[in-house]
Design a protein around this ligand. Structure first.
Ligand code: G3P
Ligand code: MG
Length: 242
């Protein structure tokens, strides 16, 4: 399977302009021209999926404690906007279900990053797939599922093989190809500091897409695109407009 990606994927919405991983951030990214948005998905103690990044609630909400120990009622009651600015007071932590509906409604492309908590990979992954099955409308662009967790990706490829999968790595690894093949991935997602022209060529010559995260400078975005990267993942959906 090959994949065509939007050249810019907005990281967690539009994180510098609105609280990350909220509808305010997704709306802002869309307003700034994004056609594709990356967001993170985690599971609450009682099995509900939410769009959230950190293992702890403290940084991006008024909650306290570990996300994975918290109930869905508690998570749903939190304010995920005031930490960013009073203008966003009352912003909620979105559920995956309502998020997928928003993406389908706006025909936006989603890069769903699955972040299973330790020991909960299979539960989280099967729940994400079942939510996609329930909420995705057939005319919306297929989401790209990505993860650092290779067990999660492998399970996705077995349960829903038509979905494109991206392998996230923290570093360039000499065994990247076998790892990507093992999970039936279509794209390799690498941090910007380990990406160069030669590595992009290597990945592209093997027939895979290359995504570079998190690129916030115009100069580097241009350079990665010139070198052949399929997409950059950026906090700034308007990176090239300014
Ligand atoms: O998908 C790219 C990037 O989001 C991966 O790292 O920690 O920002 O989710 P993180
Ligand atoms: Mg992410």
């Amino acid at each position: 399977m090959t994949i065509t990606l939007e050249p810019l994927i907005a990281h967690r919405g539009a994180a510098p302009y609105a609280p990350e991983n909220t509808f305010a951030a997704f709306e802002k990214a869309r307003e700034l021209g994004a056609r594709s948005i990356e967001f993170d998905v985690m599971m609450s103690a009682d099995g509900e999926l939410f769009v959230f990044h950190d293992a702890n609630l403290r940084r991006t909400s008024n909650g306290r404690g570990q996300f994975g120990d918290s109930s869905s009622d508690y998570i749903a009651s939190l304010d995920a906007g005031s930490w960013f600015s009073q203008q966003f007071r009352g912003e909620k932590i979105p559920t995956l279900k309502e998020t997928l509906r928003w993406f389908a409604r706006h025909s936006m492309h989603a890069n769903i990053e699955i972040k299973p908590l330790p020991g909960r990979t299979d539960d989280t992954t099967t729940a994400v797939l079942s939510c996609i099955n329930q909420c995705w409308s057939s005319d919306a662009p297929l989401p790209l599922l990505s993860s650092f967790n290779e067990q999660a990706l492998l399970l996705c490829s077995r349960l829903l093989p038509e979905l494109p999968l991206g392998l996230l790595l923290l570093n360039w690894k000499s065994d990247w190809l076998s790892r990507l093949q093992n999970v039936n991935g279509v794209s390799l997602h690498l941090p910007k500091h380990v990406v160069n022209k030669e590595r992009i060529n290597t990945v592209k010559n093997e027939g895979y897409a290359m995504c570079v995260y998190t690129v916030n400078s115009k100069k580097w975005a241009r350079r990665f695109w010139e070198w052949g990267a399929d997409a950059i993942i950026s906090d700034y959906p308007d990176l090239m407009a300014n």
